[in-house]
Design a protein around this ligand. Structure first.
Ligand code: SAM
Length: 311
C-alpha cells in the first residue's frame, strides 16, 4: 500500500473514531492493541471470498432467466393482507436481490435499465419512488442466516427451503454451511429447471443438494425429516386460503425442536392471516448462535430475519 493510501485509510478511521465516545474508545483501543481485530478481519475476508462464489452463481442465473427473474409460467400477485397490499403493477417492480445487490441496482438505474420513480401525474414533477420487491434472499441475508443465526455445525442436519425458486437459499447453505443435506422444494417447473442447471454447471455434489418439483403440501416426509426449514414470504404466490392451509400443514409436520428461518416476523404473518391465537405458542424466538460473527455485519440491516424453534 502506498503512503497516500495509508493516509487515506487513517483518514477514514479517524472519521469513524470521531463519533465514538470516550467510554467506548477504550474498548476499541483494546480490540486493536491486543490484536483480536485480526481474527475478525480473517473471518471477514473468508466471508467476502464466499460471497464471490455466490456472485458467480448469480451471474450464471442472470444468463438464463428474464431480467425481472419472473418466469413466463408464473402467476405472481400482490397479497391482499399485510404490509405489501399497496404493491401493484404501476408502483412495483421486481428486482431479485440475489442477482442484483444495492450497488448493481444503482448502476442499473444510472444506465437507465431500471427506473427508480414513476409519474403520478404526467408533465408534473409529481413522482413517486417505485417499490422494489425481491422474491429471493440477498447474498448478505444468506450470510447472516448461516454465519450468525444458525448453529455453526450443521453436518448432521437437513435443511429444507420451501419454495426454492432460483435456488439462492440452497447455494447459500451449500457454500456457507457444512449442512449434510440441502433440499429445495419448488412448485414451478421452470424454476426447478434453473436450479438443476446451476447445480450441474457449478458441479455441486448432488448427494448433498437436491431440488424437488412439487407442491410442498405433497411432501410432508421432507418437512418432517428436516431440522432447519427456511420460508421466505410466500404470499405473492398463494392466496390467503392456501397460505393458511400451508401453515396448518407446517404446524402438523414440522417436528419439535426444528429451526424455522423466516424473513418476516411470524407474529405479523399469523395476525395478517387471522390465525394468531392458534399459532401463538407453536414457535419461540431463538437468539443467534454465532454471536461472535455479528461484528461482521451491520445488524440493523437484518432485523427482518428471524430464527424460531418449534415447541
Ligand atoms: C419468495 S419465493 C422464495 C425463494 C427462495 N426461497 C429464496 O428465499 O430465495 C417463494 C417461492 O415459493 C414457491 N411456492 C409457493 N408456494 C409453494 C408451494 N405450496 N409448494 C412449493 N413451492 C411453493 C413459489 O413458486 C416461489 O418460487
Amino acid at each position: 500500500m502506498s503512503e497516500e493510501n495509508v493516509v487515506n485509510v487513517k483518514h477514514r478511521m479517524l472519521q469513524l473514531l470521531s463519533d465514538v465516545d470516550e467510554a467506548d474508545m477504550e474498548t476499541i483501543e483494546q480490540w486493536i492493541c491486543n490484536r483480536s481485530y485480526r481474527k475478525d478481519l480473517e473471518r471477514l475476508k473468508a466471508l467476502k471470498s464466499s460471497q464471490k462464489t455466490l456472485v458467480k452463481i448469480g451471474n450464471s442465473i442472470k444468463k438464463i432467466v428474464p431480467f425481472e427473474a419472473e418466469m413466463p409460467s408464473e402467476i405472481i400477485k400482490p397479497p391482499t393482507v399485510g404490509n405489501q397490499v399497496d404493491c401493484n403493477e404501476i408502483n412495483t417492480c421486481h428486482v431479485d436481490e440475489f442477482l442484483y445487490d444495492d450497488n448493481e441496482v444503482e448502476k442499473l438505474i444510472k444506465k437507465g435499465k431500471l427506473k427508480k420513480y414513476y409519474c403520478t401525474n404526467c408533465n408534473h414533477r409529481d413522482v413517486q419512488e417505485l417499490i422494489y420487491i425481491s422474491h429471493s434472499m440477498s447474498c448478505q441475508a444468506l450470510q447472516y442466516i448461516f454465519k450468525v443465526l444458525l448453529p455453526s455445525d450443521l453436518e448432521e442436519k437437513q435443511i429444507l427451503d420451501v419454495g426454492s425458486r432460483l435456488g439462492a437459499v440452497l447455494y447459500g447453505a451449500y457454500y456457507l454451511s457444512n449442512a449434510g443435506t440441502i433440499i429445495g422444494v419448488e412448485m414451478n417447473q421452470e424454476c426447478c429447471d434453473v436450479q438443476s442447471r446451476i447445480i450441474e454447471q457449478h458441479t455441486m455434489d448432488t448427494n448433498r443438494i437436491k431440488v424437488v418439483h412439487s407442491d410442498i403440501m405433497e411432501r410432508s416426509d421432507l418437512v418432517t425429516n428436516s431440522n432447519i426449514i427456511v420460508i421466505n414470504i410466500l404470499e405473492f404466490f398463494v392466496d390467503n386460503e392456501k397460505h393458511k392451509e400451508m401453515w396448518y400443514f407446517f404446524k402438523k409436520y414440522i417436528k419439535k425442536g426444528s429451526y424455522l428461518v423466516c424473513n418476516r416476523s411470524m407474529t405479523d404473518t399469523f395476525v395478517n392471516l387471522d390465525i394468531f391465537e392458534e399459532f401463538m405458542n407453536w414457535l419461540s424466538v431463538c437468539k443467534p448462535h454465532q454471536i461472535e460473527n455479528e461484528i461482521l455485519f451491520d445488524i440493523e440491516d437484518y432485523e427482518d430475519l428471524y430464527l424460531y424453534t418449534v415447541n
